[in-house]
Ligand binder design. Structure first.
Ligand code: LLP
Length: 437
């Protein structure tokens, strides 16, 4: 998919670049992003909205993959940006991302983060709870500012996805609960807050969602809530944000819907529901993360040790693992793989791909068919563009890999590989001759 293909050498090529040469040039593990495919995904969402005729904003959920280069690309594509921490906000601002197109999420924004966002004059805060409503109102008031907000509500929808990544259900740490009347109360508080300007509501029902039903139910509940808010407080919303969560293909059996399908369903449901309740059409916002970058990223590893347990299993170990892709260990996420330098050879050996961390759970793939491999071969794991680099870590003091963007035969380094010095950069050796016992 994307610009991936097999070249004359029988190697995996991405964005016109031979992946085996990329591995040589930049080292492994290496995150390779197909820039054209990322841009294509951005445009697919935008074009689907344009076709719907509704006013909209597509905000890339930067948590999926947040680097300065990615923020720049998103800016060029005209999207907005969803950030959830001072770190993501800082990355975006350093990349020159226009502050007015930044939306700030999070269930426990610190006063420092809020002040940073106020000073930068970001476009919108998505307020998650009563504590934040009061805090934001106070901090904005002290600075003589009026800030635009959405209220994040949990519409009580159980998205059919892994428990850890489903967020719209009532019993969630995120947002104001709709069922108990808490959300309506939050609308009232927001309207009473002098330094806050309530634009509308936000909900996010989960992630890696393969159907549209959850969005339809969420929109129905949000519209009902807005009808009540209008009736009780005369509040008319101008924005409805239905979050992200659009699924992607990780393995052959996955059947994600096209961006157009999600957008068409969401847009037509909003049209119908709002008309039904006699409410003016809002500007519709979405926040795709995974579906923008997920399948545009491929991780390249070098194969090292193998271990065969007769009649049981063959383990093939790579020079990365849960430090660069935490998803298999955390969510039992499933991936496929190919040997980048043996793309034309028959995949007739069943193996399991192990990481190099000191942890039995550090398995990238259980049971995958590959051609016979040897040490030095390059393993490519596709669909690692979302929440791979973003959740990478230094467990076992393993340095984070580099990231390259590839396009039209050119490869551009956008994140340098961490060095051993980077790993000890924040460490301080106690000055005392001996640590106190
Ligand atoms: N908006 C909000 C408020 C969110 O909480 C999220 C994801 C998104 C948008 C973007 O969702 P996406 O389009 O990427 O599905 N680390 C997990 C995913 C956690 C998602 C958290 N929130 C994983 O690797 O599957």
């Amino acid at each position: 998919h994307g610009t991936s293909r097999i070249n004359e050498k029988g190697h995996l090529e991405i964005g016109g670049c031979d992946s085996v040469s990329l591995a040589e040039q930049f080292g492994t593990p290496l995150y390779v992003y197909d820039e054209a495919l990322v841009r294509e995904k951005c445009r697919a969402f935008v074009q689907a909205f344009q076709a719907s005729g509704l006013a909209f904003q597509v905000a890339y959920a930067s948590k999926a993959f947040c680097t300065m280069a990615m923020c720049k690309l998103v800016e060029e594509e005209g999207l907005s940006l969803d950030v959830v921490s001072g770190g993501e906000l800082y990355t975006a601002l350093q990349a020159g991302f226009p502050a007015e197109r930044i939306h700030f999420h999070g269930n426990n924004k610190s006063p420092e983060e809020i002040v940073m966002a106020l000073d930068a004059a970001i476009g919108c805060f998505v307020v998650d709870n009563f504590y934040e409503l009061a805090l934001l109102n106070e901090l904005a008031g002290e600075r003589g500012k009026q800030v635009k907000i959405l209220l994040r509500v949990t519409p009580g929808v159980e998205a059919h996805t892994h428990e850890y990544i489903s967020t719209g259900q009532q019993d969630s740490k995120f947002g104001f609960d709709v069922q108990s009347g808490q959300a309506l109360q939050a609308v009232q508080h927001a309207l009473d807050s002098e330094s806050l300007r309530l634009l509308g509501l936000h909900s996010h029902i989960g992630s890696q969602i393969f159907e549209t039903e959850g969005f339809v139910i969420a929109i129905q509940r949000l519209t009902q809530l807005l009808a009540e808010a209008k009736e009780q407080f005369g509040f008319v919303s101008s924005v409805l944000n239905v979050g992200g969560g659009f699924g992607i293909r990780y393995v052959s059996g996955d059947t994600p819907l096209a961006p157009q399908v999600y957008v068409e369903t969401i847009a037509s449901t909003v049209r119908n529901e709002f008309a039904d309740k006699g409410l003016p059409l809002p500007e519709l916002w979405i926040e795709p993360g995974r579906s923008i970058v997920g399948d545009a990223g491929t991780t390249l590893y070098t194969i090292g040790a193998t271990k065969e347990i007769p009649n049981v299993r063959k383990y093939v170990a790579v020079n990365g693992g849960m430090t660069d892709n935490l998803r298999p260990a955390l969510y039992q996420a499933v991936y496929e793989a190919a040997v980048a330098n043996r793309m034309t050879e028959e995949a007739d050996e069943l193996v399991s791909i192990a990481g190099k961390c000191c942890e039995s759970g550090d398995m990238l793939i259980w049971d995958v068919k590959l051609p016979a491999t040897q040490a030095g071969d390059i393993l490519a794991v596709p669909s690692t563009g979302a929440y791979g680099y973003a959740m990478s870590n230094n467990y076992n003091r393993i340095a984070r890999p580099a990231v390259v963007f590839v396009k039209d035969g050119r490869a551009e380094l956008v994140v340098k590989r961490e060095s051993l010095d980077d790993l000890v950069r924040q460490d301080i050796l106690p000055q005392r001759a001996q640590l106190q016992r």
